[in-house]
Every structure is written in structure tokens, then in C-alpha cells.
Write a protein that binds this ligand. Structure first.
Ligand SMILES: [Zn+2]
Length: 385
């Protein structure tokens, strides 16, 4: 019951007289009392269902002040020739199904496009319950059959979710689509085109982050194979194999984040002299502090950054927070070279509001989107734009 058979349109030819309508082998219930024509197919069902489900169709069947009621027979069907026969077939199938037959697990992967079409059909006739019902099935299908769906399937569902502003369906599609892209079955460039057309920045950000991660792993593979010099070779031009628009955005995030990181590496937190350092370095308190403590402090900062730089962390906002976390942890371990001087002066990260690293954390936006699109306000609330 999960798929609609192909439309019965093989008989469609150019004729002068209107083509004869055929009874649908599945959707023509002899004991029904209302005949509907969609394309060249006749369906027969119980008018009671139609009238209850759709005020639009009820109006047509019962007639209004202007026109006569529709008879609803083979000779005078309720004429809905502009509808897809397939949508009516699906409607009748679902209407006459048992509750068990409508459980999400009963649907095959191929039902996806039919359900999207059916939901639009139901919504057009103001069949509110029937319009909403397929959404849950669609989310189930995209989660369980993602590995068989094509770019076209993903695009149709994504368009549909956007059309409805259906955040859950959109989210389910993004997750399933990203899985297929990460596994290498579907292309990120194709997905970017769709994301760009719909202006879906959340999706684009996920795609860009994926490209950044991929580049990072290629980069470290090359480094391992050819040594660090390979990475510094200026002839290694960046070619992500993507349209310039996307490459530019990805690289701008990369350059913003790497620049901020390089700056932080050069800027250790200010170090105040500890009172005991002053006492211990008498009679010239400043000298000991500037020669020993500050040097040790700068040295520790550099060593800490070098150890974090050796980790493969992607250049995303989230990656940036991971880096800062690593810096904090390394500093907290307290392997302070300054200790050999018996120094009292060191920077210890804290959770205080005015703490240097806390301020660094606070300055990293919650998502990479700000770097990619220059969104200032999005970090606070907006999930999608
Ligand atoms: Zn000192």
C-alpha cells in the first residue's frame, strides 16, 4: 500500500475529442456514491468522506447558490481534471486504510515523493488533518532511508519543508543529507546550490564546516607525507572545487578564525606582580619579575599554544572554543616553567567575569555563521534565517 502505481497516462495522445476516462483499478469503490474525475481517471468513493474532510469539496458537491449540485456519477463526475490522478489515488487509499496500515513503518522509501504531492493536494482542499499527517511519515522516511535517496529526493523534501516553514522536517532533512555528504555518497556542491537558492544559512554553514573539516584532514595528511614545508609552499593554491561564492565564504571564516588565533598566541594575558614576588626580589623588586617571571609567563603561553596547535581541530567557531578549552586545561595543569625561579607570578585561568580566557570564550560566537555571513544578531536566538 506504500506506493502509488504509475499514473495511468500511457493512453494519453493528441485527440480532438476529450479522451475517455477510465475507472481506476484501485480507487474505484463500487459501493461508493460519488465519482471523481482526475486527469483521465475515474475514482469512486463515499461522498461522506469527501464532505467531512474538505469544506472546499463539500461546497462543490452540494452546490452553492449559483450552481447546481454535482451528480457524482461516471457520466457526470465531480470534475477535478486539473488534479493529479495519483493524488486522488493516494487520498482514497489512505482514507480506506486501517490505522495499522498508516503507521510510519509501513511505508516504503519510494512513498516520499507521493506523500509530498499528497500533502500539497490535501492542503489545497483544506483537508487540514490529511495535509499534516504525511509530515511525520516523511520525517521517518528521511531518517530511515537516507542512504537510498537521491539529490532530487532530498531537494524535493527540503523545498517542501521550507515551503511549510516546517522546522522539524527541515532539521531531519539536513541531518540525513549531511550524513550522506559526509559519507561521500552525495556532493556538497550540489547541496550548496540548493541551500543558496533557499537562503538557508544554517544548512550552508553545516556544509561549509564539513568542507573545512575535510580540508583539515587533507592538509594534515599532506603534512605527514611531505613535511610541514608542503603546507607553507605558496604554490599550493586553494581549490575546494566549489563555486567562488562558497569558497570565498569558507576561506573568510578560516582566515578570521586563524587570524584571531595567531593574535591570541602573540598576546599573553597581562601579568601582575605577586606581593610575595616583590618581597622575594628585594632590594630590586622589578628586576626579578621582568627577567624571570615575565619570560617564564610568555614562554609558557607559547608552549601551551604549540601543544594545542599540534591537535587536529577544525577552524570553526566550535573548534575555536575547543582550542581555548585546551589552553585553559594546559595552563591549569600548572607545569609552569617559572616555578624553577620560585616565582609567585603566573596566570591561572578562572571562571571570573574579568578572567582573560573567559573573555576570549565570550568573544567567540556560538556558531560559525557569523564568520561566514557576518550575522551579528543570529547567535542570540535565530535557529534559521
Ligand atoms: Zn613576579
Amino acid at each position: 500500500m506504500s506506493t502509488c502505481p504509475a499514473d495511468d497516462r500511457s493512453t494519453k495522445r493528441r485527440r480532438i475529442e476529450p479522451p475517455l476516462a477510465k475507472r481506476d483499478p484501485e480507487g474505484y469503490h463500487e459501493d461508493g456514491d460519488c465519482v471523481v474525475r482526475a486527469e483521465n481517471t475515474l475514482f469512486k468513493l463515499h461522498g461522506f468522506f469527501i464532505k467531512r474532510d474538505s469544506s472546499v469539496l463539500r461546497g462543490l458537491l452540494e452546490g452553492d447558490s449559483k450552481g447546481a449540485a454535482v451528480e457524482g456519477t461516471d457520466h457526470a463526475p465531480l470534475n477535478r481534471q486539473g488534479d493529479k490522478a495519483q493524488d486522488w489515488r493516494c487520498y482514497i487509499r489512505y482514507r480506506y486504510a486501517t490505522p495499522n496500515e498508516l503507521l510510519p513503518g509501513r511505508f516504503l522509501s519510494t512513498a516520499l515523493t507521493h506523500l509530498i504531492s499528497f500533502s500539497r493536494f490535501a492542503s489545497g482542499y483544506d483537508m487540514k488533518e490529511w495535509a499534516v499527517w504525511p509530515h511525520g511519515i516523511l520525517a521517518h522516511l528521511i531518517r530511515t532511508h537516507a542512504n537510498v535517496y537521491t539529490l532530487q529526493d532530498f531537494t524535493s523534501l527540503f523545498d517542501f519543508a521550507h515551503e511549510l516553514h516546517h522546522e522539524l522536517l527541515r532539521e531531519a532533512t539536513v541531518i540525513a543529507w549531511m550524513q550522506q555528504i559526509v559519507s561521500g555518497r552525495l556532493s556538497s556542491a550540489d547541496a550548496m546550490q540548493v541551500g543558496e537558492r533557499l537562503g538557508d544559512r544554517g544548512f550552508l554553514t553545516a556544509l561549509y564546516e564539513h568542507v573545512l573539516r575535510e580540508q583539515l584532514s587533507i592538509f594534515s595528511l599532506e603534512q605527514n607525507a611531505r613535511g610541514p614545508a608542503a603546507a607553507l609552499n605558496p604554490s599550493n593554491r586553494v581549490d575546494l572545487g566549489l563555486p567562488p561564492l562558497h569558497t570565498q565564504r569558507i576561506l573568510s571564516a578560516y582566515s578570521t578564525l586563524t587570524r584571531a588565533w595567531a593574535q591570541l598566541r602573540q598576546t599573553p594575558p597581562p601579568l601582575l606582580q605577586h606581593p610575595q614576588c616583590k618581597v622575594a626580589s628585594a632590594p630590586v623588586p622589578a628586576e626579578r619579575h621582568t627577567t624571570a617571571c615575565l619570560n617564564a609567563h610568555v614562554n609558557l603561553w607559547r608552549v601551551t599554544f604549540a601543544s594545542v596547535d599540534a591537535m587536529s581541530i577544525p577552524w570553526t567557531a566550535n573548534g575555536m572554543r575547543q582550542r581555548l578549552e585546551c589552553v585553559r586545561n594546559t595552563l591549569l595543569k600548572g607545569q609552569v616553567p617559572g616555578d624553577v625561579f620560585g616565582g609567585y607570578c603566573r596566570y591561572v585561568p578562572s571562571f571570573a567575569r574579568d578572567d582573560f580566557l573567559m573573555n576570549c570564550f565570550a568573544s567567540v560566537p556560538l556558531t560559525t555563521r557569523r564568520y561566514l555571513f557576518g550575522d551579528e544578531a543570529e547567535d542570540a536566538a535565530a535557529v534559521r534565517l
